[in-house]
Design a protein around this ligand. Structure first.
Ligand code: 13P
Ligand code: SF4
Length: 354
């Protein structure tokens, strides 16, 4: 099979209906106490993404785990000595944890928590994409399956994508990029790299609307606009800060603005409020002027995680991530390249300038 060039735009994957866990105070307290006991008994640590519920984020912090972006989730799980990693997030995050930690048990509250980017990039079609362009290095976003990572040369997250692409571009490489067309396009614009882009998109970020955002910004002249780079180009063009989830939280903490308009999943508001308690946070619009959103600033797959499911997984077992060893070994190479790059940059061994 060979793919035609240019790469066709993938239809946005329709997400499942949004079902969020609702708990009263008593049930929340009971569940948390039970989970904490089970986690101790099973030598488990909880690693949660910023888009998961406030309950899961709080529990992760109360139990010595971490709440972070996908790059730090991978790093933390790898460095932590616990025998069981519980990953509250979406499937690719659990798979990344297992790829890096084959000796550990990796559990997720719900294995059906997918990601529209991962689903938009089937491994066989990605392999054909690579085969069609053998002269190019392949760089894939972490939001992909283990099998896609196994075929790729590099894995990157949004927090490090531009720096790795810049590094590869400076070395004279031409690149293939998958699966997020908006992040790929953004990275291409700021690095000038020669990239052929897979045409997937995120159902949450695809929905942010530039015209409505302009209007909201005009109504809030003191607000800074914060945008995750999975958003469309016209939305990114309005941003004061473009960055990964961690970078956007840092912007709320450090910028002097009293208000922020935030174009990413609203689960992040929990941490943003904690980082800068006095500041006002506004959701970037997902449905202006007759437009509609499918998943309005909240990821329906992230919402599948909750305390009840987490307690059930620890009590009954199940929901463990397994990855075929030949795939795991190859995927580990491309993820480890990213982690080594991050470590080398931190140690000053790689300097890219601005
Ligand atoms: P981060 O790496 O910025 O946490 O993003 C992951 C993600 O899925 C964003 O939609
Ligand atoms: Fe995937 Fe988008 Fe959900 Fe992130 S927000 S996990 S990219 S569907």
């Amino acid at each position: 099979m060979s793919l035609a060039f240019p790469v066709p735009v993938r239809p946005v994957i329709q997400p499942p209906p949004m079902v969020e866990e609702v708990l009263d105070d008593d049930e929340r307290a009971t569940l948390k106490a039970r989970i904490k006991t089970l986690m101790k008994q099973q030598d488990a640590v909880l690693v949660a993404h910023y888009y998961t519920s406030a309950d899961l984020q709080d529990l992760a912090e109360e139990t010595g785990g971490c709440v972070s972006d996908s790059l730090e989730m991978a790093r933390f799980g790898h460095a932590h000595p616990a025998k069981t990693l519980i990953v509250a997030g979406v499937k690719f995050m659990g798979e990344t944890a297992k790829i890096l930690n084959p000796e550990k048990r990796v559990l997720m509250p719900d294995l059906a928590a997918e990601c529209s980017l991962d689903l938009a990039c089937p491994a066989d079609e990605f392999a054909a994409f690579c085969d069609t362009h053998p002269d190019r290095i392949s760089v894939v976003y972490a939001n992909t399956s283990a099998a896609v990572k196994a075929r790729a040369d590099w894995v990157v997250t949004s927090g490090i994508a531009a720096r790795i692409v810049k590094y590869l571009h400076r070395q004279g490489h031409k690149l293939l990029w998958a699966p997020d067309r908006h992040l790929g396009d953004y990275v291409q614009r700021i690095t000038g790299a020669d990239m052929i882009l897979w045409q997937g998109s995120c159902v949450v970020h695809e929905a942010f609307k530039a015209e409505a955002l302009k209007k909201l910004r005009a109504e809030h002249p003191n607000a800074a606009v914060l945008v995750h780079p999975e958003s469309p180009e016209a939305v990114i063009a309005l941003a004061d800060v473009v960055g990964s989830t961690t970078q956007l939280i840092e912007a709320v903490r450090t910028l002097p603005n009293p208000e922020f308009i935030v174009a990413t999943d609203n689960g992040i508001f929990h941490k943003m409020h904690a980082a800068a308690p006095g500041k006002r946070l506004l959701e970037a619009p997902t449905a202006g002027e007759g437009a509609t959103c499918v998943s309005c600033a909240h990821c329906p797959w992230m919402a599948m995680n909750g305390l009840r499911k987490l307690a059930a997984v620890l009590e009954n077992g199940g929901n463990e991530i397994h990855i075929e060893e030949s795939i795991r070994v190859k995927a580990a190479v491309s993820i480890q390249r990213m982690l080594d790059f991050a470590a080398a940059e931190k140690a000053g061994q790689i300097q890219l300038g601005d």
